[in-house]
Design a protein around this ligand. Structure first.
Ligand code: C2E
Ligand code: MG
Ligand code: MG
Ligand code: MG
Length: 278
């Protein structure tokens, strides 16, 4: 075992592990090509209200690699963050999502849809992030009131004042903010109070075991209560069963996202689901 080979020796005897290392190095170099060759696409996962009506979607990026097939963002987003490629990739995601919202904006059956876009810390902390978003709103014609940017708590590790200033600048133009994966990071309640948020998202890790694990249930209920007292909307992600849904609903959660209501879908499939549900 590599572990037994001595403290300062790094050896990969495990062929699976070697394979994982190779794949990682390969993917990092190929992210570059992937961007140039338009191998990325967005999927749209429904978000629903308490009655189950679709109110919008979260845009989730996928990488369709010519050899490796669909690569999960859980795998390539961290690589893109390390290598800095998250900046052009994030810009592509933003532009593509805003262009989509601009199309929906003028279609009666889709005009009500909001669109949530994930923004990584590194992307958000760029000095010209506000200018980039404003330029894209201009060039695409998207309605900022229907756009929600999803941030994670990792953003709050430092630069809280910068983060707040950037959020305020964008909010002044009508954009909304959601705090993703809430409860998994480091944010303190005092930050939560200071951030100009519109919504917090209960992490799917708490939702998953909400019926089995009393402490997860307590956390989920506390987050719902906290959101209420701070005047924020709350949405639960990872809602897979009617039992999850009923539990969260009975404790005051009003918005939901998860396989129970729809997987992340190709654009045509998402639009079909919206039309069918009318
Ligand atoms: P996230 O933003 O927390 O997105 C939710 C993830 O949960 C998505 O995984 C979604 O497919 C998955 N999910 C949704 N409903 C369910 C459910 O009922 N059960 C289970 N088990 N999973 C569910 P996905 O699409 O693989 O994305 C993973 C993460 O990658 C995202 O987590 C987000 O942090 C990141 N990501 C995705 N797209 C982008 C992007 O465009 N930019 C950035 N910066 N990050 C992105
Ligand atoms: Mg998200
Ligand atoms: Mg999340
Ligand atoms: Mg997550």
């Amino acid at each position: 075992r590599a572990k037994d080979a001595g403290r300062n020796t790094l050896r990969f005897f495990d062929p699976d592990m070697q394979q994982a290392v190779n794949r990682r190095a390969l993917l990092e170099t190929e992210l570059h090509n992937g961007l140039r060759q338009a191998q990325f696409l967005l999927l749209y996962q429904p978000q629903v209200d308490s009655r189950g009506h679709i109110t919008g979607a979260e845009a989730l990026v996928r990488w369709r690699h010519p050899v490796h097939g669909m690569v999960s963002p859980a795998e390539f987003i961290p690589l893109a963050e390390e290598s800095g490629l998250i900046l052009p990739l994030g810009h592509w995601v933003m532009e593509t999502a805003l262009r989509q919202q601009a199309r929906w904006r003028h279609e009666p059956h889709f005009a009500h849809l909001s669109l949530a876009i994930n923004v990584s810390a590194r992307q958000f902390l760029q000095e010209d992030f506000v200018a980039q978003v404003l330029a894209l709103l201009q060039s695409t014609g998207a309605d900022p009131a229907q756009i929600k940017l999803e941030l994670t708590e990792s953003l709050l590790l430092d630069n809280v004042d910068n983060v707040i200033a950037t959020m305020q600048a964008l909010k002044a133009h009508g954009l909304g903010f959601s705090l993703d994966d809430f409860g998994t990071g480091y944010s303190s309640l005092s930050y939560l109070k200071r951030l100009p948020l519109d919504q917090i998202k209960i992490d799917q890790g708490f939702v998953r075991d909400v019926l089995l694990d009393p402490s997860d249930a307590a956390i989920a209920r506390s987050i719902i209560g906290l959101a209420g007292s701070l005047g924020l909307d709350v949405i639960a992600e990872g809602v897979e069963t009617t039992e999850h849904h009923q539990f969260l609903l009975s404790h005051g959660c009003q918005a939901f996202q998860g396989y129970l209501f729809g997987r992340p879908l190709a654009l045509e499939d998402f639009e079909r689901q919206v039309l069918q549900a009318r």
